[in-house]
Ligand binder design. Structure first.
Ligand SMILES: Cc1cc2nc3c(=O)[nH]c(=O)nc-3n(C[C@H](O)[C@H](O)[C@H](O)COP(=O)(O)OP(=O)(O)OC[C@H]3O[C@@H](n4cnc5c(N)ncnc54)[C@H](O)[C@@H]3O)c2cc1C
Length: 304
């Protein structure tokens, strides 16, 4: 695409698609470059998105793209952005397939990605009976015997949160628990069984966990697992362009998605640690308003 477009959006999940919808309706030219590897592709259903509770991630994207297609200035490209140069008003994006796009503004909506899971059997159940967020999947596992795989300071927080969905919680720390005596005492007071032997394997059938086998021979039966995933930024490109990022790898943004680098915006999982589809969509919408306001002001001022 030779011509200068108003905004290039990197990532076509809830954040990027929501931004594309708002910018398309604002009559801005947009390209959404998406390689199609969202973190939630392992899961069958997305919950908690008003009017879309239980929709599959694939169907969510299909409906979104169908609706956005009504706005002729938005174009979708199935490709990965591999390098970006330039500054506010003129960015140049090169893709893995060798295409070049030029845009006035940039929006990073590239999400986060999982670092491969290192527990034997976890990838078979991830997204089916092992999850990362009780708000997303706690309801489906309510009142069931669940295992939390967690250690250190996060354990108490996670146990407290999960207690809203079930009272049958067991913690497996998969190695040294890294707790203080007070933390151990608090878990004991709340009758939370804990095991610190390393996990040998997770046994399951058709994605549904049956039990966790520990190295010391202990068997922990359960019907669901929650664990803390290890994550990395979906794209390193914001950092290469000078955007400030948090320790978790998310881009620092203001309410309208603006980063510290002029013309560059961030939205969704790439810019918050509240990993929720509706939050991502909301941030995409706000970033689109930010981008549109900036484009309108620039066009207005250039006329005098
Ligand atoms: C197992 C699991 C279950 C979940 N369940 C729920 C749920 O029930 N309810 C809920 O609200 N949330 C849920 N989530 C969280 C939810 O999926 C995310 O919060 C949401 O998808 C974030 O949207 P996003 O647009 O920011 O990023 P994503 O949806 O991750 O989309 C980012 C896109 O950018 C693309 N991309 C990355 N880098 C590049 C690049 N360089 N060039 C081009 N494209 C690129 C990726 O391939 C991807 O397609 C779940 C997450 C997981 C992991």
């Amino acid at each position: 695409m030779e011509q200068m477009i108003d905004a290039a959006i990197i990532g076509g999940g809830p954040a990027g698609l929501s931004a594309a919808l708002v910018l398309g309706r604002a009559r801005k030219s947009v390209v959404v470059i998406d390689e199609g590897r969202p973190r939630n592709r392992v899961t069958r259903e997305t919950h908690g998105f008003l009017t879309r509770d239980g929709i599959s991630p694939g169907e969510f994207r299909r409906v979104a793209k169908e609706q956005i297609s009504a706005y002729p200035t938005v174009h979708f490209v199935e490709d990965a952005a591999v390098s970006i140069t330039g500054t506010d008003g003129h960015f140049q994006i090169t893709t893995a397939q060798g295409q070049i796009y030029q845009s006035k503004k940039l929006l990073f909506a590239a999400g986060m990605k999982d670092i491969p899971l290192d527990i034997n059997g976890l990838s078979e159940v991830y997204g089916k009976s092992a999850f990362v967020c009780p708000y997303c999947d706690g309801w489906e596992l309510r009142d069931q015997p669940l295992v939390l795989i967690v250690k250190g300071d996060r354990a108490l927080h996670s146990a407290k949160m999960l207690s809203g969905w079930t009272s049958q919680i067991t913690i497996c720390t998969d190695g040294p628990d890294e707790w203080t005596d007070e933390q151990r005492e608090e878990l004991k007071l709340h009758n939370v069984p804990t095991f610190n032997s390393p996990i040998l394997r997770i046994e399951s059938s058709d994605g549904m966990v049956k039990q966790i086998v520990l190295e010391d021979g202990t068997i922990v039966p359960c019907t669901g697992i929650f664990f803390a995933p290890k994550l990395a930024a979906g794209s390193d490109l914001p950092q290469t362009l000078g955007c400030k990022v948090t320790e978790a790898g998310t881009v620092f943004v203001d309410m309208f998605g603006k980063t510290n680098i002029p013309g560059i915006y961030g939205a969704g999982d790439a810019a918050t640690e509240l990993y929720q589809a509706i939050t991502a969509a909301s941030m995409g919408s706000l970033a689109a308003v930010g981008i549109n306001s900036e484009l309108l002001a620039e066009a207005w001022n250039s006329r005098v």
